[in-house]
Write a protein that binds this ligand. Structure first.
Ligand code: SAH
Ligand code: SF4
Length: 394
């Protein structure tokens, strides 16, 4: 288990090492991390089916059951012969994460799923129902090595990268859940636990699988990757074939403050990050969203708002102001509503579009990593804020 402090060089080196493992082929015997059906592209499933001596159309049928009908196991695949279902179940587990707990709030419009991985780790996914869209917030790591000062996920460091299949499972389950409510899943944000650009290969594989027209056919433009600012990976992302959206978690306009809040800034300082954002915009023609968690007395003064306005001036971008979500054990607080609006107004007056986005599901600890932290503490019999399971949405 990797429990490195979120310090720049050490953490990065550790993460790179972890990534190399995660990107290598992962037969079941290596690292004890089974490949599941959700890990496979249609072509890879086709190869498996051919290896089993089965006709090619079986792969299409299995993909249809998995991504269109969204069955939860091989048993539900009615037109697949029982002997093939058994063979597949032995060789290729359908999925490995087990739903451990579900919490619902906002009158049923926000649901949070806590999964248990095959080795007993916890992973969070949040489904948010809006009037005009349905969004899933997917996790890509257990923990995170970046260790931002205000984030619950980073507190214990990085445990491991999630596999593409574990991310696909979160997405398909959310789409099934949305479907049960009569709504299609329309948007996906990589804003759950973890830093997607430090689990780059699996994140790209994940996007490839859900984007595939013979699977979920989920539009790349409806996917947003959020990053704390891993500069070389922003450059890599600009070259990917997928037209995903990029959100950059800025949180401060200068190195002195940003290095305190987002430690990776010591490795990739603001000027380098901005240059990478400019290259990304030039290469893709797409607007970048900058995330800004607003914390009272930390990064919310008028002077800082003006400094941010100057930094972003003239860039094809939008600022999402996220009023800080309280995290147990962390001392930051959210400014009052008037102060939040004032910050946004200063940015707008300087020519940068800014929107205030209140996080959904604060009472079920929907901010990144909090439910996992509470659940883990509860398992260790430590006192924690009570989390009350609520009635299911349907
Ligand atoms: N690791 C990626 C994506 C996951 S975090 C990143 O950092 O961008 C998703 C967003 O939630 C980030 O902008 C992050 O800074 C923000 N965030 C984390 N903890 C928060 C909190 N307690 N209050 C408000 N925003 C928070
Ligand atoms: Fe990691 Fe993002 Fe949390 Fe920072 S905000 S610790 S990068 S998950």
């Amino acid at each position: 288990m990797i429990t490195s402090p979120a310090d720049d060089d050490t953490a990065l080196a550790t993460v790179e090492k972890a990534e190399n493992h995660a990107t290598a082929p992962r037969p079941a015997s290596r690292r004890n991390r089974p490949t599941t059906l959700y890990d496979l592209t249609p072509a890879q499933l086709g190869e498996r089916i051919a290896d089993l001596g089965e006709p090619a159309y079986r792969a299409n049928q299995i993909f249809d059951w998995t991504y269109d009908k969204k069955v939860t196991g091989y048993d539900g695949m009615a037109n697949i012969p029982a002997r093939l279902r058994t063979k597949l179940g032995d060789d290729l587990p359908f999925a490995t994460m087990v739903p451990e707990r579900e919490l619902v709030t906002d009158n049923g419009d926000t649901a949070k799923m806590l999964y248990r991985t095959f080795e007993g780790q916890f992973v969070e996914t949040v489904l948010m129902i809006y009037r005009d869209r349905v969004t899933v917030c997917v996790s890509c790591q257990v923990g995170c090595a970046v260790g931002c000062a205000f984030c619950a996920t980073g507190i214990g460091g990085l445990t491991r990268n999630l596999t593409a299949g574990e991310m696909v499972q979160q997405t398909v389950d959310a789409a099934r859940r949305a479907g049960e409510l009569g709504r299609p899943l329309t948007n996906l944000v990589m804003m759950g636990m973890g830093e997607p650009l430090q689990n780059y290969a699996e994140t790209m594989r994940f996007i490839g699988i859900i984007h595939d027209p013979s699977g979920m056919n989920f539009g790349a433009r409806r996917i947003t990757i959020s990053t704390s600012g891993i500069v070389p990976r922003i450059d890599a992302l600009a070259l990917e074939p997928y037209q995903v959206n990029l959100a950059v978690s800025l949180h401060a306009p200068n190195d002195e403050l940003r290095s305190r809040l987002v430690p990776i800034n010591r490795r990739y300082p603001v000027a380098e990050l901005m240059a990478a954002c400019d290259r990304y915009i030039a290469a893709t023609g797409r607007r970048i969203s900058f995330e800004y968690a607003l914390m009272n007395g930390i990064n919310n003064s008028d002077e800082i708002a003006r400094e941010l306005g100057r930094l972003l001036y003239g860039r094809l971008c939008h600022v999402n102001i996220i009023p800080f979500n309280p995290v147990e054990m962390l001392d930051f607080e959210r400014p009052d509503p008037a102060g939040i609006e004032r910050f946004a107004e200063i940015l707008r007056s300087m020519g940068t579009p800014a929107t205030v986005r209140y996080s959904r599901g604060v009472e079920i600890a929907a901010a990144c990593g909090q439910l996992r932290a509470q659940h883990t503490r509860a398992q260790l019999h430590e006192p924690a804020t009570p989390v009350v399971p609520m009635a299911p949405v349907s």
